[in-house]
Ligand binder design. Structure first.
Ligand code: ATP
Length: 300
């Protein structure tokens, strides 16, 4: 059978808990990272070609050369199976770029699955997860989806039991924040004694809220150690978060390294009301209601 194009859909993530430990000898931080996949998707299509190429449809600021994380994923998979990475990747981006929602990592995970299918490599989930971890700490979760605790650099994943569905509204900012710059600011704030650094632990309150499907308890348990650093680099986020709280969000936080803000709603109707209030505030470049958890990479 001649396969022409394989298309894969992949979700964005928000971190329900992001606890950052002290810097390790290798320069990384030990993390407790509770990932939650939400219904905001990129699509990656892989088609046979003479050489590796990437085209991007959507926002500006995404590299189309070998630096693109999807291209790196295709090259790594090709090397692993001993073939040339002769594939044309087309990325339709809906996940904000440098928004703290792991869009690049999502595209890498999508490219791994798309090339695995296109090249009939059939590597299986464990091998794909291993290759994903080599591409970046957030890539394995994009394969898995749902809700999961990530330990180590975030790549050692355990799925979390969740009852029901949660409704969120995301507020996008104009322009992104660089993840390494936010971690560096977190280290600086800690060295200056402005933020404590404690050994990270999975939050029992968060796990209980997810298990029982209690949105109010989830709202209270949301936590992001990178938020002070993101607010320090982008002070306008403070007011942006306050707008959501004033409009009745059950919880609010900066998503990952920011600058996207995530607001938890009580229901689908409440998410629509919250989205309207956030839009009216004029503090966000765009506002998107979404739900989670959703599955990870999926063939379209
Ligand atoms: P994270 O939440 O994992 O910290 P992020 O969502 O803040 O990441 P990304 O959108 O993943 O950030 O992109 C960060 C940078 O990576 C971009 O500014 C861009 O230069 C580069 N990049 C490489 N490949 C991609 C891709 N496929 N999509 C988006 N950005 C990419």
């Amino acid at each position: 059978m001649i396969v022409t194009t394989v298309t894969v859909r992949v979700p964005a993530k928000v971190n329900l808990q992001l606890s950052v430990g002290p810097v390790r000898d290798d320069g990384y931080h030990d993390l407790v990272n509770v990932f939650h996949a939400v219904s905001l998707f990129d699509e990656v299509a892989a088609a046979p070609a003479d050489a590796l190429s990437v085209t991007v449809e959507g926002p500006a600021g995404v590299p189309t050369g070998p630096d693109n994380l999807a291209a790196r994923a295709a090259a790594l998979l090709a090397e692993h199976v001993g073939r040339r990475p002769d594939v044309a990747l087309h990325i339709r981006k809906d996940i904000p770029v440098a928004g703290g929602m792991a869009g690049g990592s999502a595209d890498a995970a999508a490219a791994l699955l798309a090339c695995d299918v296109l090249w009939e490599a059939r590597l299986g989930r464990e091998t794909l997860l291993e290759l994903a971890a080599r591409l970046g700490s957030d890539v394995p979760f994009a394969l898995l989806g749902g809700t999961a605790v990530g330990l180590g650099r975030g790549e050692r994943l355990t799925p979390v039991e969740v009852t029901g569905e949660f409704h969120w509204v995301f507020g996008y900012a104009d322009g992104g924040l660089s993840t390494p710059a936010v971690y560096a600011e977190c280290d600086r704030l800690r060295a200056a004694g402005e933020q404590d650094s404690v050994w990270p632990q999975v939050s029992d309150d968060l796990m209980a809220a997810l298990k029982t499907g209690d949105a109010e308890a989830l709202g209270r348990a949301l936590h992001n150690d990178l938020q002070p650093a993101a607010l320090s680099l982008r002070p306008s986020l403070r007011d942006a978060l306050a707008v959501g709280r004033a409009a009745g969000a059950l919880g609010s936080l900066v998503s990952g390294s920011g600058p996207t803000c995530a607001f938890l709603a009580a229901s689908l109707d409440h998410a629509a009301e919250l989205a309207a209030a956030l839009n009216d505030s004029g503090r966000f470049a765009a506002v998107r209601p979404v739900s989670g958890p959703v599955p990870g990479v999926t063939l379209v």
